[in-house]
Design a protein around this ligand. Structure first.
Ligand code: NAI
Ligand code: NA
Length: 399
């Protein structure tokens, strides 16, 4: 069969395996030539390893100097009668192939990272086949639902404001149009539920359970990712429900840092740059900011994608010979280039100009859309999309 992209709104409904492989190769090639991680993690567990920042962390730690063995947990769909499957499914497979060719362990667990069963499987694997301990745990889940571990009922996050509603334009990738929409105000319950899904509770629980199981090495570090963003985005992000959840994550990192200090370890949150990922395109009224940011950072030569961000994080922040640089709230700032004053000034000017008629010229819509399509394996010059893909051989591929 020939695989054509299917996009509904801002959600990709399929992926191209050959393009996913190309994306993995490109990320590996990048970190091999970038400033290396001098010495760092050897045994890493990544929760949310199949795309975005989690995948980039995995590639960076394996191929960017540290030669780490990795365990990746993710929630992805393989090929079935419903279709070819998700990009993350193939990312897991092709990452493992490349890592194994390089003599590294790359174990994939596909399933619900929130479940007790997943914790048990991962611990069992660490003990039996991964040398008994991990020295880094990366928490990079992004999702809209989390089961309550006590009742099994679902908490659902809401991407809403706290206080006043905000009306702003948002991109529809399917139709290449910008539509006005209103981001409503969250109820108290919606704020709490969003904290449950995207805050630090599950991260803390993972670290507790790994610690009790005795599988955290002396000096073990843990990291989670956050976003703060430019002032123009505060009403929809930093001061909204997602920002509340991130504040909870930051507080959790302080707690975990205390806990891990007992074994000479640490916990940090790294604040990252706004990027096109499966998760971020979903944030209403956020796209004009990303369009403007991409335009300005590309002009200034400071644009990074997930892989550049993660390689810089590990080589210049987390695994440096000195102490990890942090801000007054103990956050690692790898969003420094995004928040550069000259960048933000230019971004504000562009956002003021963006309308549904001119967004593709004023902002970097081409870059936005290209990155989105490539996340799903489409639009790589190196891939011949007219070559037929054999569905049966796809079903033979195992994570
Ligand atoms: P993503 O959507 O690319 O990756 C999310 C990962 O979580 C995937 O591997 C997915 O399979 C996994 N996942 C989701 N639900 C799961 C479940 N129940 N069980 C197991 N795995 C599950 O998202 P992205 O953007 O990489 O987000 C990761 C973190 O980075 C989030 O905390 C996000 O807030 C943060 N971040 C994102 C920014 C952006 O602009 N994209 C900016 C700054 C921080
Ligand atoms: Na991720």
């Amino acid at each position: 069969m020939i695989i054509e992209p299917i996009v509904k709104g801002v959600v990709a409904r399929n992926s191209h395996p050959a393009g996913c492989k190309q994306a993995i190769l490109n990320q590996i090639n990048y970190v091999k030539t970038a400033k290396p991680i001098e010495s760092g993690a050897q045994k890493v567990l990544i929760l949310g390893a199949s795309s975005g920042f989690g995948l980039a962390s995995r590639v960076s730690l394996a191929f960017g100097g540290a030669s780490a063995d990795t365990i990746g947990v993710s929630f992805e769909r393989g090929p079935s009668d419903k279709g070819v499957g998700s990009a993350g499914w193939y990312n897991n497979i092709y990452f493992r192939e490349q890592a194994e060719q390089a003599g590294l362990i790359a174990k994939n667990f596909v399933g619900d990272a929130f479940s007790p069963a997943m914790r048990a499987q991962v611990i069992e694997y660490i003990r039996a086949e991964f040398g008994g301990k991990v020295d880094l745990v990366v928490y990079s889940l992004a999702t809209g639902i989390r089961p309550n571990p006590e009742t099994g009922e679902m908490w659902r996050s809401s991407i809403k404001t706290v206080g006043e509603p905000v009306t702003g334009p948002t991109i529809n990738i399917e139709t290449d149009t910008m539509e006005q929409m209103t981001v409503g105000t969250a109820t108290e319950q919606e704020i709490i539920d969003t904290e449950k899904v995207m805050g630090g509770e599950d991260w803390e629980s993972w670290i507790e359970i790994l610690s009790e199981a005795g599988v955290l090495a002396t000096g073990c570090k843990t990291l989670a990712y956050s976003y703060i963003g430019g002032k123009s985005t505060y009403p929809i992000y930093h001061q909204g429900t997602l920002g509340r959840a991130k504040t909870h994550l930051h507080t959790t990192s302080d707690k975990l840092n205390e806990k891990l200090s007992a074994i000479g370890g640490s916990a940090h949150v790294s604040v990252c740059k706004a990027l096109v990922t499966k998760a971020s395109v979903y944030i209403p009224a956020f796209s004009p900011y990303i369009l403007a940011l991409y335009k300005v950072m590309k002009q200034q030569g400071t644009h990074e994608t997930c892989i550049e961000q993660m390689q810089r994080l590990f080589s210049e922040r987390v695994y440096t010979s000195g102490v990890t640089p942090i801000d007054s709230e103990r956050l690692i700032r790898i969003d420094d280039w995004e928040l550069d004053a000259s960048v933000q000034q230019e971004v504000d000017k562009l956002i003021a100009k963006i309308t549904p008629d001119n967004f593709a010229e004023v902002g970097d819509y081409e870059g936005y859309k290209t990155e989105f399509m490539q996340l799903n394996g489409f639009g790589f010059a190196e891939v011949d999309y007219q070559t037929r893909v054999d569905f049966d051989s796809l079903t033979q591929l195992q994570p």
